[in-house]
Design a protein around this ligand. Structure first.
Ligand code: SAM
Ligand code: FES
Length: 325
């Protein structure tokens, strides 16, 4: 698929794209759905990403950090085969603190994903040695000018470099985009997909942008972002075939059936929230996040019944990418 074809598919209203992606998902990854339990362990962030509710300029958010014990206990209580540790860029969590947490969690029979932003090559190396298996770092947008506007003082080149460092170190590397940012073009979205391909991303998470009222990008929710994010996701499945693709919580936030629709359009992963209930609502990257007041057991039942309703099943393995193309 070349850029022109990707643009055509993004612009088109054709629903056949979703069934093509669903066929590719079935052929290359099967019917199993991998559950990755997400622990949002700190909402403290030194960055100021314009779109994000955790940005350091947001004074209306109550900040929290989970203790080491709380993080390890949350991981232990989670029944998923993969634990995802996510946070803002919080320097309190030094390399050695994080390595200790990683080692403890890896005493359980789980895969471990980190999603803690940009760190140095040597930090990534230490985390990998401590047992981290995967890393999620969305490129957000490959439009350099837009990237600059959205991320004051941050560097697009460094974010890209981080992704290549992660790949080189042996991590299963995940990236992805925010879809529907102001001034984002279809042309740049096509470039995003080609970037995932060039990186040979092992995971791609695509989320619709949802404006947060306490950020400079506050404004009306654009429900059209859902369809566009879905089209991005489906094309990514067709092009990258065997990778892992989540049905993102942001999709379900702007469409009550969003994750099921995504699972039927190329996705094969769900990330249930495994953050202790008292912290969940405080990790408000965008408003009206789903599952902020659900007990983990209820979440579990809800997700499993949704999966069963579409004739799929929860995978028993850790869900590493099986190169198949
Ligand atoms: N600090 C880490 C990083 O930069 O990768 C991980 C945490 S960050 C909150 C996780 C993801 O949230 C980002 O990659 C971004 O795409 C998404 N996000 C932030 N604000 C959002 C918004 N307003 N709407 C939808 N997704 C958003
Ligand atoms: Fe840091 Fe969003 S600005 S996590």
């Amino acid at each position: 698929m070349n850029k022109k074809e990707i643009i055509e598919l993004l612009k088109n209203n054709d629903k056949e794209l979703f069934s093509r992606a669903n066929d590719a998902r079935k052929k290359y990854t099967g019917d199993g759905i991998h559950l990755r339990g997400l622990i949002e362990f700190s909402n403290i962030c030194k960055r100021n990403c314009l779109y994000c509710g955790l940005q350091s300029s947001n004074k209306n958010i109550t900040r929290y950090r989970m203790s080491e014990d709380e993080i390890i206990t949350a991981a232990k209580n989670c029944t998923c085969k993969t634990i995802v540790l996510q946070s803002g860029e919080d320097d309190f969590f030094t390399t050695s603190k994080l390595c200790k947490i990683i080692e403890k969690i890896k005493e359980n029979d789980v895969a471990l994903t980190l999603s803690i932003g940009e760190r140095s090559y040597s930090d990534y190396k230490e985390f990998y040695k401590a047992g981290a298996d995967r890393y999620l770092l969305r490129i957000e947008t490959t439009d350099k000018n837009l990237y600059k506007k959205m991320h004051p003082k941050a560097s697009f080149e460094n974010r890209k470099k981080c992704l290549y460092n992660l790949k080189e170190l042996g991590y299963e590397t995940g990236t992805g985009s925010l879809v529907g940012l102001p001034e984002q073009t279809i042309d740049s979205l096509a470039d995003d997909i080609l970037f995932y391909k060039k990186l040979d991303a092992d995971m791609v998470g695509i989320g619709p942008f949802i404006p947060h009222p306490d950020t400079p990008l506050k404004g009306k929710l654009q429900t059209a972002n859902f369809e566009l994010a879905l089209r991005m996701m489906s094309i990514t499945r067709i092009l990258l075939k065997d990778i892992n693709i989540p049905a993102t919580s942001a999709m379900e936030t702007i469409n009550p059936n969003g994750r099921i629709i995504a699972l039927n359009a190329g996705a094969n992963v769900i990330m249930p929230n495994a953050t202790p209930l008292k912290y969940r609502a405080k990790y408000e990257i965008y408003p009206n996040k789903i599952c902020t007041d659900e007990q983990p057991e209820k979440c579990d039942i809800c997700i499993k019944s949704k999966i069963a309703s579409i004739g799929r099943y929860v995978s028993e393995d850790k869900g590493f990418r099986t190169k198949n193309n």
